[in-house]
Design a protein around this ligand. Structure first.
Ligand SMILES: CC1=C(CCC(=O)O)c2cc3nc(cc4[nH]c(cc5[nH]c(cc1n2)c(C)c5CCC(=O)O)c(CCC(=O)O)c4C)C(CCC(=O)O)=C3C
Ligand SMILES: [Fe+2]
Length: 384
């Protein structure tokens, strides 16, 4: 297999010679479900009942999560966009919790002769779950391969693309999806002008929220900032006001542990009690229609709405929408220019600055805000 190494330093993606599409992973068949859940929850104190319940969500979908096919579709879309721009950069796919595992991806990178890869994680927002955990798993994998030196990898070198929740491409793709959802709502007999737009994201423990501040804003503040921009643009496109809220889904952990609220189901109840009859759910916390969306929103939250007599539709995720995919390639080129020490404009929307491309020491610490003691790549600290 020929190594797809850039021909010259003028290559737009230089110094990178590969893109690692780095995701969560999910089961492909019923026998995968339990081992997958063990991988996800190792050492995290999730109660057995919650695990059994989540297992049932997967079995309800034939034991197969949609996430792997969605990542393959995103990989194909990225490859097409790179080809369109004449950027000769191989894309390698790997996951934290299922095949192809991180280690398989590093094998693949070595096989194609990559020396310096840039990682694109499939979480748009910054928190332990969406940022540092990926960086730690990369470091731990390299350590297990005997490739972790005092300052980073002694094998393939890794950098990371910044959290992209406030990149214009992500915002624009979400605006398009929400505008389409308002049309669906009206097609279902609902009233767009009277509707509440409810943005939904993954709940996290309050302690993880507090630790997610990094330099600029916590996980929930990142969502609120983006939601403001998306709702304002949707309002412009629709020509009426768009009142909105932020709610959460997929809470786990013991009941004694506080997580971000309101839960989307409770929120729908509160809205119905206030007389709201029409709702658009926009899962801005997720980049594709994986299990959290397919079960927690499409199955559970839409059933809650129905019981309450609320007309609700679910907006699409950014998936492989063109503004999103183009934005990711723009982010890749921005990261490459930064790595070459060239001046770059880091495009953003909203009131928050671009998040760091090289994570600061102590960024997005463990779920409980304490240092994990686990090394993390793609930052200025290997061990804090
Ligand atoms: C912020 C966030 C995202 C969004 C950002 C991103 O996209 O990365 C996300 C995504 C995902 N979460 C996923 C699945 C699961 N998450 C779990 C557990 C947890 N998630 C958490 C947070 C997040 N998770 C947290 C704080 C926990 C508790 C344990 C811990 O502290 O880490 C569990 C264990 C059972 C349960 O408790 O639900 C499962 C099975 C899948 C795959 C879906 C599929 O298979 O299609 C995806 C994309
Ligand atoms: Fe999760």
């Amino acid at each position: 297999m020929p190594a797809n190494i850039p021909q010259s330093a003028a290559h737009a993606a230089a110094p990178y010679d590969a893109l690692l599409l780095y995701s969560f992973g999910g089961p492909n068949k019923p026998e995968d479900v339990v081992p997958f859940l063990r991988n996800v929850t190792a050492g995290k104190g999730i109660p057995d009942e919650r695990l059994e319940e989540v297992g049932e969500h997967y079995y309800g979908f034939g034991g197969k999560s949609p996430i792997n096919e969605q990542n393959l579709a995103l990989k194909a879309a990225l490859e097409a966009e790179l080809a369109e721009r004449n950027i000769d950069l191989p894309v390698v796919w790997g996951n934290r919790n299922w095949e192809p595992y991180t280690n398989d991806a590093v094998d693949e990178l070595e096989k194609i002769g990559a020396q310096r890869a840039v990682a694109l994680v499939t979480s748009a927002f910054s928190s332990y779950s969406g940022c540092r955990q990926y960086r730690e798993d990369l470091a731990v994998t390299l350590d297990e391969r005997g490739q972790l030196g005092p300052d980073g990898s002694t094998g393939v070198q890794f950098d990371k693309i910044r959290s992209y929740f406030n990149h214009p491409g992500f915002a624009e793709a979400n605006v398009d999806a929400v505008v389409e959802a308002y049309a669906d709502l009206e097609a279902n007999g609902g009233s767009g002008a009277a509707a509440r737009l409810v943005f939904v994201t993954h709940s996290i423990p309050d302690t993880m929220e507090a630790a997610s501040r990094v330099s600029h804003a916590t996980y929930s503040q990142q969502h609120l900032d983006l939601a403001q921009v998306v709702a304002a643009r949707v309002a412009e496109r629709l020509g009426h006001e768009v009142p909105w809220d932020l709610a959460y889904c997929s809470r786990s952990g013991p009941p004694s542990q506080p997580w971000l609220e309101p839960d989307v189901n409770d929120h729908l109840e509160a809205l119905a009690a206030d007389g709201v009859r029409d709702v658009v759910l926009s899962p801005i916390g997720f980049i594709s229609d994986h299990m959290e969306v397919a079960y927690d929103l499409d199955t559970e939250a839409l059933a809650t709405a129905k019981e309450l007599g609320v007309t609700a539709v679910r907006a699409g995720t950014v998936g492989t929408r063109a503004p999103f995919v183009r934005g990711l390639v723009d982010l890749l080129l921005e990261r490459a220019a930064l790595a070459r020490d060239e001046p770059v404009t880091e495009a953003t929307v909203g009131s928050l600055p671009a998040f760091r491309s090289v994570c600061a020491p102590g960024c997005c610490l463990r779920r409980d805000g304490e240092p994990s003691g686990i090394p993390a790549l793609c930052g200025t600290d290997l061990n804090s």
